[in-house]
Ligand binder design. Structure first.
Ligand SMILES: [Ca+2]
Length: 330
């Protein structure tokens, strides 16, 4: 277990994480948040409950417009598969725990990494000052002892490791997506997005839950959510998949390989950073790929709210901005 993470530089990058859930009942666009979530009682092992079919085909992975670790572009053949329409919710994960007695890694480790807005003095005092190890934090009490998921049942479960996510998937006879499957589904045959100020529609309105404002000090919540959102608050992609971009990063089953690049030296015109390198160090082969970005990704820090973007995450590190969804290949 790698839990001496607290101030390790590597924590910086992937932990572009998340303030306490501030879930609104409706999105900025008026859609009913959480309505797309499958009811926990409808979860049936070895079924496709809550999933949509992702047709196979030739898929162009990566981007030449984003961070260096996203290129070069690569054409791969992806077989069709079923994928969860939404990120796995607290309510669904609770059903899994009730059925199996599963104890998460955060519970075994005694805590997890949570995001808090630092004051400016704290921000200057240490790297990634917006993350701290919170004793007692786990999926049941994601903001530490005294907090709860009551009223947040349709928000994505967080503070789960890749092993926790895999255990949930196995319970249903499913798996976690490969990086190629995840990206193929997120792109839905659309052209690769260029790196830009954020996911917005033609009228300039945010189309995903990410960070607007000065990271990590001020999240203006222009997109309707300062913190986690219930699943399905924003329009789905062409395949009917919600929140592939933003809200929470999502585990893949793949380990990371290839070149790496920290957030703060991407497109300097867009990513001003805080004058420090944010990126993983050491042996990347021990890290997992996460995809999609989170509510903590911001134009001035982490422009990774795009399907091509990827991040390296310690698979046994439970954090407040990483969740998952499952796939079925039969
Ligand atoms: Ca937001």
């Amino acid at each position: 277990m790698s839990f001496m993470f607290a101030w390790r530089p590597c924590i910086a990058l992937f932990l572009a994480g998340g303030l306490v859930a501030l879930s609104l009942s409706t999105s900025a666009h008026g859609a009913t948040c959480g309505a797309a979530a499958l009811k926990p009682m409808a979860l049936v092992p070895h079924s496709h409950a809550g999933q949509v079919w992702v047709p196979g085909g030739l898929s162009v992975l990566g981007s030449d417009d984003g961070y260096a670790d996203e290129g070069p572009r690569l054409s791969v053949q992806v077989q069709g598969f079923w994928m969860d329409r939404t990120e796995v919710t607290n309510g669904q994960f609770a059903a899994f725990v009730r059925a199996t007695g599963h104890v998460t890694d955060a519970e075994l480790q005694g805590g997890a990494a949570i995001f808090e807005v630092p004051d400016e003095e704290t921000l200057r005092s240490r790297p990634v000052a917006w993350w701290r190890f919170a004793r007692g934090a786990n999926w049941r009490q994601p903001r530490g002892p005294g907090s709860s998921i009551q009223g947040h049942e349709t928000e994505p479960v967080v503070l789960v490791t890749r092993a926790d996510a895999l255990a949930y998937a196995r319970w249903l006879g499913r798996d976690l997506p490969t990086e190629a499957e995840w990206e193929h589904a997120a792109k839905a045959r659309s052209a690769t997005r260029r790196i830009e100020a954020g996911p917005r529609d033609a009228r300039g309105r945010p189309t995903a839950n990410y960070w607007q404002g000065n990271f990590p000090l001020l999240d203006t919540g222009e997109d309707g959510h300062a913190g986690l959102a219930a699943v399905g608050c924003y329009a789905p992609n062409a395949l009917g998949l919600y929140d592939m971009i933003g809200n929470v990063w999502e585990w893949t089953r793949d380990n990371h390989s290839g070149a790496r690049q920290p957030h703060a030296n991407g497109d300097v015109a867009l990513v001003s950073g805080w004058g420090q390198a944010h990126g993983p160090r050491g042996d990347l082969s021990a890290k997992a790929v996460i995809k999609g970005g989170s509510f903590l990704c911001s134009p001035d820090y982490c422009v990774r709210y795009r399907a091509s973007a990827r991040e390296a995450q310690e698979p046994d590190l439970p954090t407040a901005h990483v969740g998952f969804r499952t796939v079925s290949r039969r």
